[in-house]
Design a protein around this ligand. Structure first.
Ligand SMILES: NC(=O)c1ccc[n+]([C@@H]2O[C@H](COP(=O)([O-])OP(=O)(O)OC[C@H]3O[C@@H](n4cnc5c(N)ncnc54)[C@H](O)[C@@H]3O)[C@@H](O)[C@H]2O)c1
Ligand SMILES: O=c1ccn([C@@H]2O[C@H](COP(=O)(O)OP(=O)(O)O[C@H]3O[C@H](CO)[C@@H](O)[C@H](O)[C@H]3O)[C@@H](O)[C@H]2O)c(=O)[nH]1
Length: 342
């Protein structure tokens, strides 16, 4: 059994990874400031430390107080559009928090580090599928912040011998197949939950960002990878780091789906219409982002269990329709006192 610190473990990808680690018998501690995360997303028995990673003293204390074998660093600001309005805040926060966590880890002798990175590193890619040798050219401060974080970790490896990997996710999607966890952001900006909310009447009609791209039907194409498959990739990478081998990996299904295809999938799975209209393209959105996942498959034996878009959407639909108001409702239900025995 190993013990891991998961920053941002109350968030979407983080909580699914915490669950996967716990299920295979690892001991997990979560640190999260709950700015986006949810207490109810942290599995029972896992310690949640509510803290902001800006607090250097506390971050050092957390590492010194536990003997962690590794850290998985999810906590970050991750809205591309917001980063275009607040570039310096994004760079300062995402980079400094990553380096602060890495420094505290190294000081405490915790030498395995996994960074949540992103396909946004590649900007407008010059070839599809995108492999790890593709040109790194972020088009947003968000993407730039992850590239700078990766570079910082590279120096930590050269100088201090840190074993690290970056997992560059494409579009995380879906929910725990057993319905225990799901995606609950505020504001929600991701396509699949927005389409589901529109179908359920929980949100406004969906705006399709552009229908004149050079793609199969004019709408933008993305590589949707199931969050449980992402969680599995983190578990495998932590094991690989234990052998001293690191590296950067693209994590996607290797198949692209257009926005229209996503809408069709939500309609098939839910049996409802997704009210939508066509709007202008979102500035900075590349027409097509599809991963090559060959390196991850080769080095770790990973392969996605959820390759079909309908299967991915089905899990997201199941969670959202069972929890129309997300985790707050789930927590409130659990806090309802049990009826008194008479
Ligand atoms: N969701 C995606 O499609 C996607 C794609 C590529 C990369 N990523 C990256 O994966 C990671 C997780 O993404 P997500 O969608 O699960 O996001 P999320 O917002 O659901 O999770 C991030 C968590 O970190 C916490 N957090 C943020 N700043 C913090 C701070 N300063 N101190 C402590 N906790 C803090 C939040 O409360 C939240 O629980 C992020 O680093 C993101 O950039 C996500
Ligand atoms: O209301 C909406 C929202 C999205 N889209 C489109 O749907 C696709 C997916 O968009 P979204 O779910 O917002 O994800 P991305 O903008 O592709 O960004 C995600 O995937 C990136 C990597 O590919 C990560 O860097 C980001 O953190 C993550 O949010 C894109 O073509 C968008 O233009 C719409 O048409 N309407």
């Amino acid at each position: 059994m190993a013990r891991f610190l998961v920053t941002g473990g109350a968030g979407y990808v983080g909580s699914h990874t915490v669950l996967a680690l716990v299920e295979r018998g690892d001991d997990v501690v979560v640190v999260d400031n709950l700015s986006q995360g949810h207490r109810a997303a942290v599995p029972p028995g896992v310690e949640l430390i509510v803290e902001d990673l800006a607090n250097t003293r506390r971050v050092n204390e957390i590492f010194a107080g536990w003997r962690f074998d590794g850290v998985v660093h999810f906590a970050a600001r991750s809205l591309v559009g917001e980063s275009m309005r607040e570039p310096l805040m994004y760079l300062a926060e995402n980079v400094s928090n990553t380096l602060r966590v890495a420094e505290a880890a190294i000081k405490s002798g915790c030498m395995r580090f996994v960074l949540s990175s992103t396909a946004a590193l590649f900007g407008m890619p010059d070839r599809i599928p995108i492999d790890e040798e593709s040109r790194l050219h972020p088009l947003s401060p968000y993407g730039e912040s992850k590239l700078m974080a990766e570079r910082g970790l590279e120096w930590a490896q050269k100088v201090h011998g840190l074993h690290w990997s970056a997992l560059r996710y494409f579009n995380a999607a879906g929910a725990d197949p057993q319905g225990r966890l799901g995606e609950d952001h505020d504001p929600e900006t991701h396509l699949i939950p927005l389409a589901i909310n529109a179908a359920l009447g929980l949100g406004p009609e969906l705006t399709v960002f552009g229908d004149s791209y050079d793609t199969v039907d004019g709408t933008a194409v993305r590589d949707y990878v199931h969050v449980t498959d992402l969680a599995d990739a983190h578990c495998r990478i932590l094991d690989r780091l234990a052998t001293g081998q690191g590296g950067c990996y693209n994590v996607g299904n290797g198949t692209g789906y257009s926005v229209r295809q996503v809408i069709d999938a939500v309609e098939r799975v839910s049996g409802r219409k997704v009210p939508h209209r066509i709007g202008p393209p979102r500035p900075g959105d590349p027409p097509v982002l599809v991963a090559s996942n060959e390196r991850l498959r080769r080095d770790t034996g990973w392969s996605p269990r959820y390759e079909s878009l309908d299967d991915i959407v089905r899990t997201a639909w199941a969670w959202r329709s069972a929890h129309p108001h997300g985790f707050e409702e789930a927590a409130a239900q659990r806090e309802t006192p049990l009826p008194q025995a008479v």
